[in-house]
Every structure is written in C-alpha cells, then in structure tokens.
Write a protein that binds this ligand. Structure first.
Ligand code: 13P
Length: 250
C-alpha cells in the first residue's frame, strides 16, 4: 500500500506575511490527514513557512533546484541551500519551467540527480501538451520523459521519487483529465518504471495527478487505483479548498 501525498504548488504567489497567514489557517484543518501534506512555496517564504509549520504535519517544499553545488548561476539555488533552509521536497520539471524557462529532459535529469544526492524528496513532473494527446502520442511522451528524468538513479533511489502526472492542457484551465484518463496515463508511467527498474520499485513509486484538481473532483481521482495523490496549484492558495483536497477521504 502506497501512502497518498497531496502537495500544494503555490507557483509565484504569496509574500512571507501572506504565506504565514495561509499555513496558520491550514494547520488545524489538515492535522488529521491520512496522507502526507506538503506545501511547495517560493524561496522567499522558506524561512517564515518553516517556522510556522514547526510541530505540525505539514512539510516544506521548493519549486525548483539547480544541479550545480555552487558557482556562477545568477538567480539559482543549489540543493544544499534548500536542505540548509529546511526544505524536504522539491518540484522538478514542472511544465511551466519546461514551457517558459527552457527546461529540457536533460536539465530535468541533472536537477533530479543533484536533488536526490542532497537527500531531497523529488516531485518529478511529466505530462503532455494538448496537441500530443490529440495526436495519440501521450503514452510515448510520458514514458520518455519519465525514463530520461530518472536516468542515473539507482532502483532504490527511484523508489523514493514522487512523480506528478500533469497534463499541460489541464493546468490552470479548469479542464481536468477524466478519472479514467488520469488513471490510465499514470499506469503507463508506472509501467515505464517497472520496465527499467523492476515491478517492486514500480509498486512503491507514488504517482500524483495534477491539473485543476480541486475539492469537487478529488474524490473521483483518488478512488482510482493508480493515483497516489495530487499536485495542486490554484486550489492550494486557499486553506479551506486545500484542506478539502487533503481530507479527500472524509
Ligand atoms: P492547477 O491546479 O492550478 O491547475 O495547477 C496544477 C499545477 O500545475 C500544479 O503543479
């Protein structure tokens, strides 16, 4: 049995004061969650959020990480810096980084290797654009993205990685993959992991769905056998909404 994991991806939202207000409102609402609860926040909020969540069941995540240990990479943050700031999880390869910031399967892979080596828990994002789904090429693409991103990790390391399947056409659009579509594509991702790393590893890897997941559709998605959680954008910015997603079982 895989433990479910629900993570918020705040993207470029919230000042430190707003971040503290949000997590303080969230804490009592999610304290009895049966799943792991994570908030991935902008780096300016690490310190304030770390203090605010101390002693609670909410874990801190980042939204990106660089692959180098240090050096001339203006504006970037290393994995060791994130660890030192109290960050436990990191999103890598989000479609917005791939679309707007030149992220490739190769740079995603480099970031994953650096993050895992530093002891961070990776939330690796994969997913297809609308034209890819319409062309019937989704399965091949998510298989390729998954294998390339994990390349160089040991099977044991792969078993600890969290994968988020985020169809790009469903992000921030209000369009959700149907429960069956999400389940089927996540099954394809799990098969890719099984082919390369073995069934035991594939059975352990937690795979989330992301893309307009909200209090209304969470129960249906979480009832699917392949879906082990969610990566939540818009609905993670309001404590009542995010808590309803986290408490999908109640
Ligand atoms: P939305 O939930 O706003 O569609 O965003 C999903 C997402 O990109 C999470 O990483």
């Amino acid at each position: 049995m895989r433990k479910a994991i629900i993570a918020g991806n705040w993207k470029m939202n919230k000042t430190p004061a707003e971040a503290v207000a949000l997590v303080n409102e969230l804490k009592p609402l999610v304290k009895d969650a049966i799943c792991d609860v994570v908030v991935c926040v902008p780096a300016v909020n690490f310190y304030a959020v770390k203090e605010a969540i101390a002693g609670s069941n909410i874990k801190l995540g980042a939204e990106n990480v660089h692959w180098a240990a240090s050096g001339a990479y203006t504006g970037e943050l290393s994995a060791d810096m994130l660890v030192a700031a109290g960050v436990e999880y990191v999103i890598i390869g989000h479609s917005e980084r791939r679309q707007y910031f030149g992220e490739t399967d190769q740079t995603v892979n480099q970031r994953v290797l650096a993050a895992v080596k530093a002891g961070l828990k990776v939330i690796l994002c994969v997913g297809e654009m609308k034209d890819v789904r319409e062309a019937g090429a989704t399965d091949g693409l998510v298989d390729y993205q998954t294998i390339m991103a994990l390349n160089g990790l040991t099977a044991e390391e792969v078993s600890e990685v969290i994968i988020a399947y985020e169809p790009v056409w469903a992000i921030g659009t209000g369009l959700t993959a149907t429960d069956e579509q999400a389940n089927e594509t996540i099954g394809v991702i799990r098969k890719a992991v099984a082919r390369k790393y073995g069934q035991e590893v594939a059975d352990k890897v937690r795979i989330q769905y992301g893309g307009s997941m909200n209090p209304k559709n969470v129960k249906g998605l979480m009832a699917q056998p392949e879906i082990d959680g969610g990566l939540i954008g818009g609905a993670s910015l309001k404590a009542p909404d995010f808590s309803l997603v986290v408490n999908y079982d109640k």
